[in-house]
Unconditional design. Structure first.
Length: 105
């Protein structure tokens, strides 16, 4: 029986402040958001990221970019991709959920 592998993509948020205007984007993306506070730009960034990832064309572009990153053809600081076996992927998700719940307590 062969084990299923899952493509895991890590994108870092990049936030800057230029002359009082906060700007944010994710690595691997060709869009950005701007606002007057870091809190506002983070909220916009989170909402835009979720919206964009519901688009099948965006999904396909990111998968292609991730495959190029794995092959060493795309190098961008803060953008990482790897194939994980199902067990490793599940362990990673559980660890993140446990950390998120611990941070709330």
């Amino acid at each position: 029986m062969s084990e299923t592998s899952r493509l895991h993509i890590k994108q870092r948020a990049i936030v800057t402040n230029e002359d009082g205007v906060w700007k944010g984007r994710y690595t691997g993306e060709d869009w950005s958001v701007a606002a007057e506070s870091i809190e506002a730009v983070m909220a916009l960034l989170t909402a835009k990221h979720a919206e964009m990832h519901r688009d099948p064309e965006v999904q396909a572009r990111l998968v292609g970019l991730a495959e190029r990153a794995i092959a060493g053809e795309h190098i961008e600081d803060g953008f990482e991709a790897e194939y994980l076996n199902e067990r490793s992927y599940d362990d990673m998700i559980i660890e993140r959920m446990e950390k998120q719940f611990a941070d709330v307590e």
